[in-house]
Write a protein that binds this ligand. Structure first.
Ligand code: ZN
Length: 485
């Protein structure tokens, strides 16, 4: 396959934040992203692939190493291909055995052999055998293992693989500079899909702050047009955040693994089925079974887990269409303190999100201090540098009545968290934001922006009509720049 073909494989059709709805072409059909691909064990399928498709799966992930290791299965799959073998005619991605490598320390198969095998069984998306360095490895180990992974990526790109798409996994443990180097190098080589690997331990231990840093660092080294897979992310409560940061594909072994332990997923977190008195879900399983029936049947819990996962992905997609993805992110991230830490980490990358974010969107809803530095506010901060003001400028709240308006050359609205903008724009996005609670952070950002506005317009003299509700010490900062009345 030529490198040029890859640019036709992923088409972005709608955007919001760094998230997008895209179409990933594979030899067995198109996957509309964001999408979640359930993981299927090639030896025993607890839910038949045909049923997975009915529940909502657009594609599957299965493990080529497990197929290869079992002699009987290997020859059967080589003969009929992985699609007929699993009874699923949609896109199938094959994992390489990296997870087994991380568990057993070594495999009896080279990366070249496993890529050639994936192509031979007609996988739609193959993955070279990368080394999944766990979080908090030493820098020298992470760097050394990344060199091996990159060497295998270089080798894989030259292997004859027919129509199979090839994924170049990004490693580098929790070192953002290594993740960035990995994605820059993989990007130079040119893959069809870029999985971010070895993040399961971060998610299992609720280290969402670190997860955000790893995702953003990996994304920074890639073209914004490149499709990205977050390997092993299968919990619905993380989808909105991960999609908003530009992840397009997810795989879920979690639906079945959680079910084994009686863990019932919701988009707000996980419940143990024994602790539930009510079923907070109306999926086909929960609406036709009692809590007691679910408690005794892991197959039912697994099916419910899949239903809520697909439901969340559909909601995320609708929010992308509506331009309200960030509102969903803020809502979801308030379900758990660690997710809130993830949200705060994401907000610290608003400048990066702003560069790819769309405009306009649905109405900006201010829901707390994290909203004060979201990408729209960062964008305004940049755009206000274009305001060229001369003469007398009045900054006041929208509803403030002023008798001597004619004395001023410009009238600007003061509205946290933005600052001051021409009053004529007050009904336009994003200044029509719903801001019903002005907290300290919103006012702080607004004052900071007003100060920058004044500083960049030395030919104008500014009068600020002080909003009564703003804390004295915050306004004090402006007194040396403007006449505060
Ligand atoms: Zn349910």
């Amino acid at each position: 396959m030529s490198v040029i073909k890859k640019s036709h494989l992923f088409e972005i059709v709608s955007k919001d934040c760094a998230g997008r709805i895209g179409r990933l072409e594979t030899p067995h059909g198109v996957i509309e992203t964001p999408a979640i691909l359930p993981v299927v064990n090639p030896l025993h399928q607890s839910i038949p692939p045909s049923e997975l498709r009915e529940i909502g799966a657009e594609g599957l992930v299965t493990n080529s190493y497990i197929i290869h290791r079992n002699r009987e299965l290997r020859s059967a799959v080589l003969e009929v291909g992985v699609h007929r073998s699993l009874g699923f005619n949609g896109p199938i991605m094959t994992d390489s055995g990296s997870y087994q490598l991380s568990q057993y320390g070594s495999l009896d198969l080279s990366s070249r052999e496993i890529v050639e095998f994936q192509a031979a069984i007609a996988s739609d998306i193959g993955v070279p055998l990368d080394i999944p360095t766990p979080p908090n490895a030493t820098f020298s180990r992470a760097s050394r293992e990344l060199d091996v992974t990159l060497e295998r990526l270089r080798e894989a790109i030259s292997i004859e693989r027919g129509e199979m798409l090839l994924a170049g996994t990004i490693q580098g443990s929790t070192f953002t500079e290594l993740r960035r180097r990995a994605s820059e190098e993989a990007s130079r080589l040119g893959f069809d899909l870029y999985p971010i690997g070895a993040v399961v331990p971060l998610m299992e231990s609720y280290r969402y702050r670190d997860l955000v840093q790893v995702i953003v660092a990996s994304k920074e080294g890639l073209s914004p047009a490149a499709p990205v897979h977050l390997f092993g992310a299968g919990h619905p409560m993380i989808f909105a955040l991960a999609v908003a940061l530009g992840c397009d594909l997810f795989d879920s072994a979690a639906y079945a693994l959680y079910a084994k332990d009686g863990r019932y997923m919701t988009s707000r977190g996980t419940y143990h089925i024994e602790d539930l008195r009510y079923l907070p879900c109306s999926c086909p399983i929960c609406s036709t079974h009692t809590r007691g029936e679910l408690a005794g049947d892991e197959g039912l819990i697994a099916r419910h887990n899949l239903h809520v996962s697909f439901e969340e992905i559909r909601l995320v997609k609708q929010c992308i269409r509506d331009g309200s993805l960030w509102e969903l992110v803020e809502e979801r991230c308030r379900a758990h303190p660690s997710l809130l830490a993830g949200l705060k980490a994401a907000v610290s990358h608003s400048d990066w999100i702003e560069r790819v974010d769309r405009m306009p969107k649905s109405t900006f809803f201010y829901s707390g201090p994290e909203s004060a530095r979201r990408s729209e506010v960062q964008r305004f901060k940049r755009y206000q540098k274009r305001f060229e003001l001369r003469g007398r400028v009045l900054i006041k709240e929208k509803d403030d009545v002023v008798d001597d308006l004619d004395d001023f050359d410009y009238v600007m609205d003061f509205k946290p968290p933005f600052g001051a903008y021409p009053a004529l724009l007050r009904e336009s996005y994003p200044f029509n934001a719903e801001v019903t609670v002005w907290d300290h952070e919103a006012v702080l950002v607004a004052i900071e922006n007003v100060r920058e506005l004044i500083e960049s317009n030395p030919d104008a003299s500014f009068t600020l009509k002080k909003p009564g509700w703003v804390e004295e010490d915050l306004i004090k900062e402006l007194e040396e720049y403007a006449l505060v009345v």
